[in-house]
Ligand binder design. Structure first.
Ligand code: HEM
Length: 491
C-alpha cells in the first residue's frame, strides 16, 4: 500500500507532464522535440526565467514560420515570420484581448488605449514640450554641476538617463513639479531600484503585483488629481488629460481645463493610478535604454556624431531652448533611433494570450484559448534574412529614397522594423517616446563632448536581466567635457 501511493503519484505527474509536452504534436503544429529529459526540462526552465536569450535561440533553431515550444510547463507558439506576425496581430481583433487596457462605462467595456491615443497627438505634445525641455535641462544642469572646472567628468550615463526617464514620468505622467536629480529620496526616484528586482518569469510577471509602491504611487495620484479637480490647477501634462478623461471630457482637441466636473467618473482614482503605474512601467526603461544604446553606438563612430551635430546645429537654440516643430526635421537622428530600436528593442518579445480560439491566417492551424503566442522582435530584428549585417549599427539602412519609399537602403522592406509593435497594438506612446529621447540626445550632444571608456566597450555586457528590459550590465561610463555653447542659459 505504502509503495503503491508514490508509484501512483509519480505516474500521475509523469502522465500529465507528458500530456503538456505533447500539446503541439497532438495539434499537428511543427514543434520542437519535447520529452521528460533533464536537458529538455532545463531548456524549458530557461525559457521561462531567462527568456529573452532562450527564445532567440528557439527562433534561430529552424525554418518553419510557426514553431510550438514550451516555456516551463506552458505551450507557446513562436511566430518566426514578420509578415505572418503582422497579419496575426492586425487581424486577430478580439482573439487576443488585453484586459489590462479596458474600462467600463455603463454595462459595456471599452478599449482604453484607443481613447487615450490622442494624448500623444502632435498638438498635445507640442503644448507639453515646455515641460519636456525643463526635464532635459534638469539633466544638463545636474551634469554641469558635477563638473569641476576644466576637468572631464566621468559618469555612468545609463544611470543618469534612468533618472531622466523617471523625471519625465514624474513631471508629465504624475503631474509633479519636481527635479528627481535633486530628490533622491522621492518615491519615484527610489522606484528605480525597486524596478531592478522585478520578477523574471513570463507567467509570474503577468500576475497582478501589488507592492507598497502601488499604494504610495496611488497616494501621489490622489493628491495631484485633487489639486486639479478641487482647486482648479491646470497643468499641461498627461495627467491633466487623464483627469479630463476621468471626468468625461474629450482628450483630443485643445482644451486643458476641466469642463464641467462629472460626478460619474469614467476612471476611479484606483484605476487612474493603475493606468499611471502601467505607463510608468512601459516607458521608464524603454526611454532610458534607447538613449543609452544610441550613445553606446554613436560614440564609437565619430562620423555619425559629426552628422548628428551638423543636424542639431541647424536647430534654433534661443536661450538654450528648442522648438518643437523643428524636431520633426531631424531625419538622420530619426534613422539613428530606428537603428537603435532595431538592434536593441526595449521590448524584445511581444506576448499574447489567446482568449478565443483563432485560426491562423494562410494555414491549417488553430491556436486554442489559453495558449500563448510570441513574436520575438529582437530575434527578427537581428535576422540576416531581414537586415543585412544585423549586428552592425547602420542608420542609413533606413534611408528612404524618393522613388523607393518604404524600402530600406539595404533593400529590406522597412516595415520589417517592428520596434514599436505591430498594427492595432502598436505603442500609443511612440511619438512621446521619440520626443523625450530626442530632447535628451540633443541636449547632451549640444552641451558636451562625450567619450566612451575604451576598456569598457571591449568588455561591455548587454543584459536582459531582470527580463525583459535591456541594459548594459555595468552601466555606461562616459567622459563628459563641456562644450562652450549655451553658457548663458546654464550658468
Ligand atoms: C523607445 C521607447 C518605447 C518603445 C520601443 C516602445 C515599444 C512598445 C511596443 C513594442 C509595444 C507593443 C506591445 C505589445 O504589442 O504587446 C508598446 C506598447 C505600449 N506602449 Fe510603448 N514603447 C516605448 C515607449 C513608450 C512610452 C514613453 C509610452 C507612454 C508614456 C508607451 C506606452 C505604451 C503603452 C500604453 C502600450 C500598450 C501596453 C500594453 O499593451 O500593455 N510606450 N510599446
Amino acid at each position: 500500500m505504502w509503495l503503491l501511493l508514490p508509484i501512483l503519484l509519480y505516474s500521475a505527474v509523469f502522465l500529465s507532464v507528458r500530456h503538456i509536452y505533447s500539446h503541439w504534436r497532438r495539434r499537428g503544429f511543427p514543434s520542437e522535440k519535447a520529452g521528460i529529459t533533464w536537458s529538455f526540462l532545463q531548456k524549458a526552465y530557461r525559457r521561462e526565467f531567462r527568456h529573452v536569450e532562450a527564445i532567440c535561440e528557439a527562433y534561430q533553431s529552424g525554418k518553419d514560420r510557426l514553431l510550438g515550444i514550451y516555456c516551463f510547463f506552458r505551450p507557446v507558439l513562436l511566430v518566426r515570420n514578420v509578415e505572418l506576425a503582422q497579419t496575426i496581430l492586425q487581424q486577430s481583433n478580439g482573439h487576443f484581448n488585453e484586459l489590462k487596457w479596458e474600462y467600463v462605462a455603463g454595462y459595456r467595456r471599452f478599449n482604453l488605449l484607443e481613447k487615450l491615443a490622442p494624448m500623444f497627438g502632435t498638438k498635445r505634445l507640442s503644448e507639453m514640450f515646455g515641460q519636456v525641455q525643463k526635464v532635459g535641462d534638469h539633466l544638463i544642469r545636474h551634469l554641469l554641476d558635477r563638473q569641476i572646472q576644466g576637468c572631464p567628468l566621468e559618469v555612468d550615463l545609463q544611470q543618469k538617463l534612468r533618472v531622466y526617464s523617471v523625471n519625465i514620468i514624474a513631471n508629465l505622467i504624475y503631474g509633479l513639479d519636481i527635479n528627481n536629480f535633486e530628490h533622491e529620496d522621492h518615491i519615484l526616484t527610489s522606484y528605480l531600484s525597486h524596478n531592478q528586482a522585478s520578477i523574471q518569469s513570463f507567467t509570474l510577471g503577468r500576475l497582478p503585483q501589488k507592492s507598497s509602491y502601488t499604494y504610495r504611487l496611488r497616494d501621489l495620484i490622489k493628491q495631484s488629481v485633487e489639486l486639479r479637480e478641487d482647486h482648479g490647477l491646470i497643468r499641461k501634462d498627461i495627467l491633466q488629460l487623464l483627469v479630463r478623461f476621468r471626468n468625461g471630457n474629450e482628450v483630443s482637441g485643445d482644451k486643458w481645463q476641466l469642463e464641467p466636473i462629472n460626478a460619474d467618473k469614467l476612471l476611479s482614482i484606483k484605476r487612474l493610478a493603475k493606468v499611471a503605474e502601467d505607463l510608468l512601467k512601459v516607458s521608464l526603461d524603454a526611454v532610458a535604454s534607447t538613449v543609452t544604446f544610441t550613445l553606446l553606438e554613436i560614440l564609437q563612430e565619430p562620423l555619425i556624431v559629426e552628422k548628428l551635430r551638423a543636424e542639431i546645429k541647424e536647430l534654433s537654440n534661443e536661450n538654450g531652448q528648442l522648438k518643437f516643430e523643428e524636431l520633426n526635421g531631424l531625419r538622420y537622428m530619426d534613422m539613428c533611433l530606428k537603428e537603435t530600436l532595431r538592434k536593441y528593442p526595449p521590448l524584445p518579445i511581444i506576448e499574447r494570450v489567446c482568449r478565443k480560439s483563432y485560426s491562423l491566417p494562410n494555414s491549417k492551424f488553430t491556436i486554442d484559448e489559453g495558449k500563448t503566442l510570441m513574436v520575438p522582435l529582437l530575434a527578427m530584428h537581428r535576422d540576416e534574412k531581414y537586415f543585412s549585417e544585423p549586428m552592425k549599427y547602420k542608420p542609413l539602412r533606413f534611408l528612404q529614397t524618393a522613388n523607393d519609399v518604404g524600402q530600406c537602403e539595404d533593400k529590406t522592406k522597412s516595415n520589417v522594423f517592428i520596434g514599436f509593435g505591430i498594427g492595432g497594438s502598436q505603442c500609443v506612446g511612440q511619438n512621446f517616446a521619440k520626443l523625450v529621447i530626442k530632447v535628451a540626445l540633443i541636449k547632451l550632444l549640444q552641451n558636451f563632448h562625450l567619450e566612451l571608456d575604451a576598456n569598457q566597450v571591449k568588455t561591455l555586457e548587454v543584459s536582459h536581466r531582470p527580463a525583459p528590459f535591456i541594459h548594459t550590465k555595468d552601466g555606461l561610463k562616459v567622459k563628459l567635457k563641456r562644450r562652450e555653447i549655451n553658457t548663458k542659459f546654464y550658468s
